[in-house]
Design a protein around this ligand. Structure first.
Ligand code: PBG
Length: 330
């Protein structure tokens, strides 16, 4: 006769909720946002149904809505005009640049919103790379100097945290030192510590027109700086280095196919862990839901909850607004 019956604790929703181990709330969400030049402009991103590029005024309006739904953090990406791109990325630290104006506008209108600008050169690079290129090579240390300048200019505009997504070696230290020297001791760093070279970034690159250009003199992918998806121990090596250099929050990216990495890093560190539910993951769920092959709402809530189960504290997700609305329904 069996005595141990696991189904006892699954009899109804009340008992299931009593023994539930992980709960998803809007407190966990960071919404990535795409910004473009202009006024009262909004453009749909075809491979990301429901996601738009917006001018600053409409971005501010969106931030107000997000905040009222309980989403208290945004991660910012700029669509940079072609004529402002070069190989140095200098537009990235223009104090009147699109990013700097956007940070100011959001902080003015919604002071409680945590604003995390992306720190990487790819949207500003004529080559679509996260680093400065010389003789066909990504120049690590020269890129770090640029990223440090960019981070300080984000802090001057009012950023709460900066989020370097470039994967150069030593950039967390370079950014931390630059922020300390300029007095921005309270501006934190969300470090993309374990970021893999992934095909799941496709829709994002088309949203910003930032894919590496097809040019024989430059690397056509990001494999010399982003991690190899065959590896997992290497992620811990990256994470420990970034912590030593002064990271405040550790990011793992992509998300759903990389939950083993989230779980492994969770066992190893006590710093907050962020996970990025990237554009390709968003596109897959949306495409299936639009075809009636998956239940949209249930799939979103299940996937986001799985990030928490794996050990993440923060979830960067294009579903943030929609998930906040779904959670509000129950
Ligand atoms: C680039 C950057 C990328 C993403 C965030 N920052 C793309 C890349 O590394 O090529 C991807 C985000 C997504 O796919 O949602 N610094």
């Amino acid at each position: 006769m069996i005595h141990s019956r696991n189904r006892r604790l699954r009899v109804n929703e009340s008992i299931r909720s009593l023994v539930r181990e992980n709960i998803l709330t809007t407190d966990d969400f960071v919404m990535p946002i795409f910004v473009m030049e202009g006024e009262n402009q909004q453009e749909a991103i075809p491979s990301m149904p429901g996601i738009f590029r917006r001018s600053i005024d409409l971005t501010v309006k969106e931030c107000k809505e997000l905040f009222s739904l309980g989403v208290k953090s945004v991660n910012l990406y700029m669509k940079v005009s072609e004529h402002l791109k070069d190989n140095t990325g200098k537009e990235a630290w223009n104090k009147d640049g699109l990013m700097q104006q956007t940070i100011k506008a959001i902080k003015d209108a919604v002071p409680g919103m945590i604003v995390m600008p992306d720190v990487a050169l790819d949207p500003y690079s004529i080559y679509g790379h996260d680093g400065i290129i010389e003789n066909g090579k990504i120049m690590n240390d020269a890129t770090n100097d640029a990223l440090a300048r960019m981070s300080v200019s984000h802090a001057e505009a009012g950023a709460d945290l900066v989020a370097p997504s470039d994967m150069m070696d030593g950039r967390v230290l370079a950014i931390r030192e630059a922020l300390e020297e300029t007095g921005f001791t309270d501006v934190g760093i969300v470090s993309y510590a374990a970021k893999y070279a992934s095909s799941f970034y496709g829709p994002f690159r088309s949203a910003l027109d930032s894919a590496p250009k097809e040019n024989v003199e430059i690397p056509k992918d990001k494999k010399t700086y982003q991690m190899d998806f065959h590896n997992s121990r290497e992620a811990l090596n990256e994470v420990f280095k970034d912590i030593d250099e002064g990271a405040d929050i550790i990011m793992i990216k992509p998300g759903l196919p990389y939950l083993d990495i989230v779980s492994k890093v969770r066992e190893a560190i006590d710093l907050p862990i962020a996970v990025y539910n990237v554009s390709g993951e968003y596109a897959m769920v949306k495409a299936a839901a639009q075809n009636g092959w998956l239940d949209n709402d249930k799939t979103i809530i299940e996937s986001l909850t799985c990030f928490k189960r794996a050990g993440a504290d923060l979830i960067f997700t294009y579903f943030a607004k929609e998930a906040a609305m779904i959670l509000g329904k129950y």
